[in-house]
Design a protein around this ligand. Structure first.
Ligand SMILES: [Zn+2]
Ligand SMILES: [Zn+2]
Length: 246
């Protein structure tokens, strides 16, 4: 298979043993994004990057990842100026008229206020998620690009151990957008089969894992059930549990 610089991350992920190669790609992008945000390059000291982190902040998941990274001072600097920005915007928003009491018929309606609007917009933003998503879409496109052009990749795709539910949906949604219609029907058929067959395989492994905790099955072999739970978490929750956490 011909390797081009932009196809390598996709081919690598499909070669790696996992329950979802797209999760593997995403995880790699996430590690790079965290490293870029808080790592030795100190991107947060650049004015334009800092303006973005001030405005966007981070989601819960990525705040945790940033906090786990050994650069507390870098995080403190970013958090401080992000808080400055929050104070400035919310001070402005609180000067607007306060929400009025809901009428009898509109008890469930959300009160309207620039305070709520601003915070709701903020809750959707995360600098790290944004950084990942810039590249993630092009990775997804490359999957379809390889599927159309490389017989060897189609074989690799057919042999993979399926996908998590969320990335199954992603592939399902994007196929009509990026895949030549010559391949589309075969792709859907294959994608559906790979997803369901492998999802059932892991479901069966979890079932056996549960059985193995019952004394009646004590002497039976483990089969593939020992690591069934972390693999099931990939399938259902799109998370890759590292071996230290197992
Ligand atoms: Zn996945
Ligand atoms: Zn995020």
């Amino acid at each position: 298979m011909k390797e081009k610089i932009y196809t390598i991350p996709i081919q690598d992920a499909f070669q790696q043993e996992s329950e979802c190669p797209v999760c593997v790609m995403y995880r790699k992008l996430e590690e790079n994004a965290i490293h870029y945000t808080i790592g030795p390059g100190a991107s947060y000291m650049e004015e334009d990057i800092r303006a973005q982190t001030d405005d966007q902040g981070f989601c819960q998941k990525h705040f945790r990842d940033l906090y786990a990274y050994p650069n507390k001072m870098g995080l403190a600097l970013m958090v401080k100026t992000h808080m400055d920005k929050t104070i400035k915007e919310l001070e402005k928003a609180t000067k607007a008229p306060l929400p009025i009491p809901n009428s009898m018929f509109r008890k469930k309606a959300k009160p309207s206020s620039p305070v709520i609007d601003y915070i709701e917009e903020q809750e959707k933003k995360c600098f790290v998620c944004g950084y990942i998503n810039q590249t993630f879409e092009s990775y997804m496109m490359t999957i379809f690009y390889l599927y159309e052009r490389e017989e060897e990749f189609r074989e690799q795709f057919a042999k993979c151990k399926g996908f998590c539910t969320s990335h199954y949906k992603k592939l399902f949604c994007l196929a009509p957008k990026y895949l030549n219609k010559k391949y589309l029907e075969a792709f859907f058929k294959e994608l559906n089969e790979i997803y369901l067959e492998n999802f059932k395989r892991v479901r069966d492994d979890v079932e056996w894992f549960i059985c193995k905790n019952d004394y009646r099955y004590k002497e039976e072999p483990w089969k593939n059930a020992k690591d069934a739970l972390p693999r099931a978490l990939t399938k259902t929750g799109s998370i890759i549990v590292s071996s230290e956490e197992e």
